[in-house]
Design a protein around this ligand. Structure first.
Ligand SMILES: Cc1cc2nc3c(=O)[nH]c(=O)nc-3n(C[C@H](O)[C@H](O)[C@H](O)COP(=O)(O)OP(=O)(O)OC[C@H]3O[C@@H](n4cnc5c(N)ncnc54)[C@H](O)[C@@H]3O)c2cc1C
Length: 398
């Protein structure tokens, strides 16, 4: 009995994270269920653990996928910025963001896919992609059995550092999703007293070119972790570094599990589509280079890519198809990528702030009454505490 409903599809979406789910759902909706679209993932998208701290901008997510309390753990109304010496500044805003239950969120997106007529298989590891005439052969493995389907277009949403397209000769120029891969690690921990409405960020030389964090989960557990710059040079393994950080700051806290992953943080200018293969999400390196947020970015990218695929499939000539393929990067750049390139310019400057400067700025900011620390006030207070930053920031302002 054939595993898939068909042997031929208009589009096969590989990977059912936020990017792939949104791409498949958008494509299904835009074609009114008439487009033949197959979504493949090696695991159920709601299967835990999902390697993520689960914080998002409420407004930006809501504009793309209406927020539901079914899959939100809670709202964030403040951010603590904590310096190496432990000075703590608070940025307060009624609506800083939301903490997702990503597993449930993925479930909601997958329900959207099914409603939009997407054929979903969440037990299919995509093992190979090869060109055959004008179409693609997508090979996948389920339960020890190999299957191959033919697709006019493929969306690669398999996350950072994906290997799917790496060995395909005609795709050598496409974005590889391995730009500036940065390591991130976190522990689900109990026994840390932490406000459910705040996230806390730790800065300084302990986290070179990155930052540490505490993100609330359910009022009992918190997510404690850090991300480091790609050229980090830590003398001890990351897991040990994290456990030492937790033990030192929160003696008695109980670590329940530790997870890690890579974040593709470098916005590049490489094409996002070629010969009918389209990249979305982390596979397209669309993560914010400083905050490292990638959930909303992947959803936005998945949507842009699906809209482009619909246009691409309607093209009558190779020249038209090439034009649509070239336009995907432009669309992404206009929506988000240009801002990411600018942020990426500022990143080296951020990495040069010394511990003393962080302490000075956080100490000054900690004296501002709650609710009065606007982002501009924070910005200027930081500059006044670290005047050398103005000079260092010239590349960002250029
Ligand atoms: C530790 C950590 C913390 C983070 N915290 C945040 C945060 O708080 N907020 C935020 O916005 N972002 C955060 N991010 C980034 C965010 O998780 C990613 O940017 C986002 O998940 C990217 O979505 P995606 O769909 O592109 O890829 P993914 O979520 O990685 O999904 C890729 C999917 O492809 C599947 N797949 C891979 N290979 C194959 C294959 N060969 N065959 C079939 N399926 C395959 C995988 O199973 C997976 O389901 C964090 C990342 C890490 C590592």
């Amino acid at each position: 009995m054939p595993k898939f409903e068909s042997k031929e599809y208009d589009v096969v979406v590989c990977g059912a994270g936020p990017a792939g789910l949104m791409a498949a759902c958008t494509y299904g909706r835009l074609t009114g269920g008439a487009g033949r679209v197959l979504l493949l993932d090696k695991k159920e998208p709601w299967k835990e653990p999902i390697f993520c701290a689960e914080a998002v901008s409420t407004g930006r997510l809501n504009a793309l996928w209406p927020i539901s309390k079914e899959w939100v753990r809670g709202g964030i109304s403040g951010i603590y910025f904590t310096s190496p010496k432990g000075y703590r500044a608070e940025f307060y805003s009624k609506d800083c963001g939301s903490m997702l239950d990503r597993s449930r969120f993925h479930h909601a997106l997958a329900d959207g896919c099914v409603e939009a007529g997407v054929e979903c298989h969440f037990d299919a590891l995509v093992t190979n992609l090869s060109r055959d005439g004008d179409s693609w052969l997508v090979q996948s493995m389920t339960g020890g059995e190999l299957s191959t389907v033919r697709a006019k277009a493929v969306i690669d949403a398999t996350g950072p550092g994906c290997r799917l397209t790496r060995n395909v000769d005609c795709l050598k120029g496409i974005e590889s999703g391995d730009t500036d891969l940065e390591p991130a690690i976190f522990a689900v921990t109990e026994g840390i007293k932490h406000s459910r409405e705040h996230i806390e960020l730790f800065f300084g030389s302990e986290f070179p070119n990155g930052y540490g964090w505490i993100f609330p989960r359910d009022g009992v557990e918190v997510n404690v972790g850090f991300v480091l710059g790609k050229d980090h040079d830590t003398p001890i393994p990351l897991r040990q570094k994290l456990l030492e950080f937790i033990n030192r700051r929160y003696p008695g806290a109980k670590v329940k599990a530790v997870y890690g992953g890579m974040i593709a943080c470098g916005q590049s200018k490489r094409p996002l589509a070629m010969h009918g293969v389209f990249k979305a999400g982390d596979a397209a390196s669309c993560v914010n280079p400083i905050s490292r947020s990638g959930i909303v970015e992947s959803i936005l990218c998945g949507k842009i890519v699906a809209e482009s695929v619909v246009e691409w499939l309607a093209c009558g000539t190779d020249a038209e198809r090439s034009r649509v393929e070239a336009s995907v990067l432009d669309r992404w750049m206009k929506a988000q990528g240009r801002a990411h390139l600018q942020i990426a310019n500022a990143k080296p400057t951020f990495g040069k702030i010394s511990d003393a400067q962080f302490d000075r700025a956080a100490e000054k900011l900690s004296r501002i009454p709650q609710g009065k620390a606007s982002l501009w006030r924070i910005f200027f207070t930081v500059l006044s505490a670290c005047p050398s930053l103005i000079w260092k920031m010239r590349s960002f302002l250029r």
